[in-house]
Design a protein around this ligand. Sequence first.
Ligand code: HEM
Length: 402
Amino acid sequence: MTGNASKEAHLPFDALSDRWKSLRARRPIHYDERQGAWQAVDYRSVSAILADPATYSSDFSSVGPTQEDFEVFRKGNFVGMDPPEHRELRTLVSQAFTPRVVNGLGPRIETVCGRLLDDVADRDRFDLVDSLAYPLPIIVIAELLGIPASDHTLFQEWAATLFGGDELGEAPGMDDLERALNAIAPTVREMNGYVLDHIRRCRERPGDDLTSKLLAAEVDGVRLEDQEIVGFVALLLVAGHITTTALLGNAVVTFDRHPGTLSALRADPDLLPDAVEEVLRWLPPFAELGRRTTRDVVIGEQEIPAGSMVVAHLGAANRDPERFGAPDVFDPARRPNPHLTFGHGIHFCFGAPLARLEARIALRMLLERFSGLGVPAYADVTFQNPAVIVGVRHLPVDVTRR
Ligand code: HEM
């Protein structure tokens, strides 16, 4: 690793850490006028909110834009559904996306990762996001869905629009959200059309891919409609890569800024799974989850009326001193590490095993290939809008080969 003054610079990630720390002073719940939402910042309240979908709904369909594009997208997008619809759809989809399917992807992830690293074999400096953190998860998820991975520049454009957050400030309110959703409607329409064409092709000529399996999956004799599959495939395609891209970039930045971490991992690669969990705790790609109360409720001695917006701060809960010893210390050997980065309860991340597998393989291969890996200048690193996703957009790294 290279040591230089720019490492001491105050990065947007540090500002986030400071924010999560300062939110602790306002635990467990407070109201934010600007956002028009209640803010839950401690581990206990955040877990309680996520564990109670009957009181804290994920369904925002009545507050968002009502264009047809969003209606189609919402149909299979079960992250925005409540029981019983959520359970029905998740159960159907689970039949196609089994642990066996995910575990079987290990060798393919290694091959893709190896090929991407071969492409930068003659370079001493490259952009980790463009060369690895972005293409790896998108190729894996596209192949899984039977979608041509060669279209990945298109998916990158969609993800950049959907998760760019250029329309949003750092603490968006409901009006900002509505404006942002209207701005992304054309992209959602384009994505829906693309995915629907793919579904029709799979119906005509079913393959061994996840989309064809979804078309065949049944619960109590009920199959998914094409429109439901559109929302789900689009959800997987976009949410299934942007978050893992963020995790890989966050891992490299965090290891770089905590001297000794990379050498400890090289000396004992078995530490890698714990180190990945600690990066997830430290910088959750989705730091805030939104819910809407379905009834008057009391939480943390605070009365919250029905119909209120509640923000569950995963970033702050992951630094709660009542749950984590020395929460402001990045400890790659931390165990246990019950972070909330993949959510909690019925919406617990569907892709967590895949994200973990990709991150462990990619980071292990980076360590194996390079004896030195460091960020030369943080001034050249660009960041996503943390209100949407905590991650880097561009991450130039210097490498030394073994
Ligand atoms: C749900 C985070 C990777 C697919 C979630 C939720 C979180 C999350 C916090 C819960 C949302 C809520 O409760 O409102 C992450 C992070 C990832 C990651 C941090 C990577 C580091 C993936 C991948 C896939 C995926 C790779 C697809 C293969 C999903 C799906 C849901 C979900 C389908 C909805 C589950 C449901 O509502 O039942 N994710 N995710 N995620 N994630 Fe992930």
